[in-house]
Design a protein. Structure first.
Length: 123
């Protein structure tokens, strides 16, 4: 016998989120899995749920550090930049760039990386 919620509460049980392998790797801060997904052909500028992998990485890194009270890190962001992600690309969901997200969330390490990225490209 399985539980079937009554019709009045079915909205309380959302459908599972299906993420691409690259997006899943970012969500779980799994750098090795992210490398595998990109090596297997995932697009570094892939967007799911209106945000790019880079936007997602900045958010996950900052949020993870805040929630766990552990030091901020920037490994996902740095790896995506090294693979060609563009921090000036705007999110379809918010209109913000990954750089905007870093500044708004206080992810100073990502902000420093993005500043260096722009200096190298004279932007």
């Amino acid at each position: 016998m399985s539980f079937v919620p009554p019709p009045s509460v079915t909205g309380l049980f959302p459908r599972p989120i299906r993420r691409s392998p690259a997006n899943h790797a970012v969500a779980h801060q799994d750098l090795a899995a992210l490398r595998e997904a990109l090596d297997a052909g995932a697009d570094v500028e892939e967007a799911q749920f209106g945000t790019s992998l880079l936007h997602h990485a900045v958010d996950v890194e900052g949020d993870g550090a805040a929630q766990t009270r552990t030091p901020l890190h920037v490994d996902l962001t740095a790896f995506l930049l090294a693979r060609g992600a563009d921090p000036t690309r705007r999110s379809a969901a918010t209109g913000l760039t990954a750089e905007d997200v870093a500044m708004l969330t206080g992810h100073w390490l990502a902000t420093e990386l993005f500043d260096a990225w722009k200096r190298e490209r004279n932007r």
